[in-house]
Design a protein around this ligand. Structure first.
Ligand code: MTE
Length: 319
């Protein structure tokens, strides 16, 4: 199939909205215990800037406390979600056509307990177990968002991946009626992403169900999306319906489309430039066009926690 290549996504757009002042503190807090430390039950979070549906039973954590947050309006109106158009303003304008209930996620492949789980059950179970957290988290496309969700590994474990599960592959819903962008061949639909198993089980790898204390707006990937803060933004696949444990490295959307430009690993790395632009500095969303660009950090600043995953790998080859 001939795929029409969309306008190149600049790495400053699919990548590093990252800027943060209190990096050390975040790293220490998260490294100390994954994510659950200094948790306090916050109930429905007080600050809900968009006045969407509140998420109750959220456990607040110290994770990223003190970070300067991106404005809610920016985080929910400047998006990439090609299923609703290729302009940054398209998802907020068009994603209301997506029905997020009922919503089922199928988990299968190399595991002992394949199955399906509904979003309501995920939310019920994790809320009951007090394992829906708030993470103030830098996303690698220049925004810092208080995500609401849980480590991906907490869900994956339930399906008991076996020893042949080397990678995890993710798929977005394919429904051109609800997602009109899929009627055009700009990408090879459905959108697909993947992680190595150890990346998927790392506590920094999150599944988000909300942001700013509210249920995820559709344009941000409702009802369930990945958030991988150490990686460029395109890894954080939205509106997930399929998760598969696989032996071999899975084909992923941007990597398949333009392998020289977008690698499978996609770790934020100022030393590895995109073929057409430098990755050394980045703009911050909301800072204005004239604000100085910020230096980009290896692994988006999470090196202390994640560098071990890539020890011995040539990161310029496995970009
Ligand atoms: N997931 C799907 N299904 N479709 C997409 O087009 N875009 C990716 C990622 N996940 C995308 C997707 C890209 S390029 C980025 S930068 C982030 O979503 C943007 O997330 P945000 O809009 O919540 O900031």
């Amino acid at each position: 199939m001939l795929i029409k290549k969309p306008d190149p996504i600049k790495s400053s757009e699919i990548t590093d909205r990252a800027v943060w002042q209190d990096r050390r503190r975040l790293i220490k807090a998260a490294a100390a215990a994954g994510v659950g430390l200094v948790a306090e039950r916050a109930g429905a979070l007080a600050s809900r800037p968009g006045q969407g549906q509140a998420i109750s039973g959220v456990v607040d954590t110290d994770y990223g406390r003190g970070l300067a947050l991106t404005d809610f309006q920016d985080a929910t109106s400047y998006n990439n979600f090609y299923e609703f158009g290729t302009a940054k303003s398209d998802p907020a304008r068009h994603a209301h056509s997506l029905q997020t209930r009922p919503w089922t996620v199928r988990v299968d492949g190399e595991c002992d307990k394949p199955g399906e789980i509904g979003i309501e059950d995920i939310l019920k179970d994790f809320t009951q177990e007090e394992r829906i957290y708030r993470f103030r988290c830098v996303e690698a496309w220049a925004m810092t968002v208080p995500w609401v969700g849980f480590p991906l590994g907490d869900l994956l474990k339930r399906f008991q991946p076996n020893s042949r599960a080397n990678f995890v592959a993710f798929e977005t819903l394919f429904d051109p009626q609800q997602m009109p962008g899929q009627q055009r061949g700009v990408l090879d639909w459905p959108y697909r992403e993947g992680l190595r198993m150890d990346e998927a089980m790392h506590p920094l790898t999150l599944l988000a169900t909300g942001l700013y204390g509210e249920v995820l707006p559709n344009q941000n990937g409702a009802p369930l999306r990945l958030v991988v803060p150490l990686k460029y933004g395109f890894k954080s696949i939205k509106s997930i319906v399929g998760i598969r444990f696989v032996r071999d490295i899975p084909e992923t959307t941007w990597w398949k489309l333009a392998p020289r430009e977008y690698g499978f690993y996609a770790n934020v790395n100022p030393q590895v430039d995109h073929p057409r632009w430098s990755q050394k500095r980045h703009r911050v969303l909301g800072a204005g066009l004239f604000a100085a660009k910020q230096p980009t950090q290896l692994f988006n600043g999470y090196a202390e926690q994640v560098a071990g995953l890539y020890r011995g790998m040539d990161l310029s080859r496995f970009y």
